[in-house]
Design a binder for this molecule. Structure first.
Ligand code: DON
Length: 319
């Protein structure tokens, strides 16, 4: 149901074209009522399901927005991308790959079965088990030191100071028995590298960081711009780490929906149960969409629709 009009030419689209396509997508999908808010984290069930925002930030720092782009939602699993980047900053890609791996699990993001079944146990940095193990790799003599380092790193990628949404953190910390179980399963296989519960706690905080769609698009644009934040000009991520991050997003960014996403859209992306998805058009920019109702795999329905539509119209598919 996507491409009724021809794709634009492969030359860089003009700002007005991008604006028109974003507006079309917004109008086309705004009344889609499919999916439902995540409810296993009580806070998320209460977020207004109608919130809907689209933001694009280009590598030359143009910003285009539509809808609810000022609302701060919890970053959730999208945080995993930036904790992976931070772990690689500290340890280099080879060590991180050896300690975590990068194989899609083909199972839900919180699957204990994948931890038992997979030769790496941790799977990849974007399922909960692999993400908790990734956090455990980040150095720091206390949990607070690790957490502050993570929050600062995310803030540099966003080009603005980000903060914890305390209510989300409390809501999730009170209900995250599944993640605690995953951390102990990892310990059984020697695949977690710091105290398991402390790692889950720092992970829970990182998932509770608030971002709006524009900040999220800027975090994505930092990846699209080879690691340099296009707004601040600061190098946040080493250029040599970028291909590892984007390839992991391609194979596991939308969990067990990643194959379908790659088939339909062909852009590295990452979703979170807060309703955000950010997709990267390398060298061009990033698009972030926020809309809380999710599909079965835990990916925002409207965000997938919008990004698919925009990527198709603007010829962003990297394949
Ligand atoms: O650990 C959890 O379950 C959440 N903090 C994050 C999961 C998530 O965002 C999966 N996303 N699609």
């Amino acid at each position: 149901a996507v491409a009724q009009t021809p794709k634009v030419s492969p030359v860089a689209p003009r700002r007005e074209q991008v604006e028109a396509v974003v507006k079309e997508a917004y109008e086309k999908f705004r009344n889609d009522t499919n999916g439902k808010n995540a409810d296993y984290i009580p806070y998320l069930a209460k977020v207004d399901s109608k919130l809907f925002g689209i933001a694009i930030v280009t590598t030359d720092n143009q910003v285009l927005t539509m809808g609810d782009v000022k609302y701060a939602f919890s970053i959730q699993s999208i945080s995993k991308v930036y904790s992976l980047a931070l772990a690689m900053e500290e340890l280099g890609p080879d060590k991180v790959f050896e300690k975590i791996g990068s194989e899609p699990t083909g199972r839900p993001f919180n699957s204990p079965v994948a931890v038992v079944d997979m030769p790496t146990h941790s799977g990849n940095p974007f399922v909960n088990a692999g993400a908790i193990a990734t956090v455990s790799l980040i150095s720091g003599s206390t949990a607070d030191e690790k957490w502050n380092k993570i929050l600062n790193f995310y803030s540099k990628a966003a080009g603005e100071k980000l903060v914890l949404i305390d209510e989300v953190y409390k809501s999730e910390a009170a209900t995250n028995t599944g993640n605690k179980a995953l951390s102990y399963l990892l310990a059984k296989y020697d695949r977690i590298y710091a105290d398991p519960f402390e790692s889950v706690d720092v992970y829970t905080k990182q998932c509770s960081v608030g971002v709006n769609a524009t900040q999220l698009a800027r975090m994505g644009a930092t990846l699209a711009n080879n690691g340099v934040n296009p707004a601040t000009g600061e190098r946040v991520i080493k250029a040599e780490d970028i291909p590892h991050i984007l390839s992991t997003m391609m194979v596991a960014g939308l969990y067990d929906g990643s194959g379908t996403w790659a088939w339909n859209v062909g852009l590295p992306a990452k979703s979170g149960v807060g309703g955000g998805i950010v997709a990267i058009a390398p060298g061009k920019g990033a698009i972030a969409v926020f809309a809380p109702p999710l599909d079965e795999a835990g990916n925002s329905v409207k965000a997938q629709e919008v990004i698919r539509y925009v990527a198709e119209r603007l010829n962003y598919n990297i394949f």
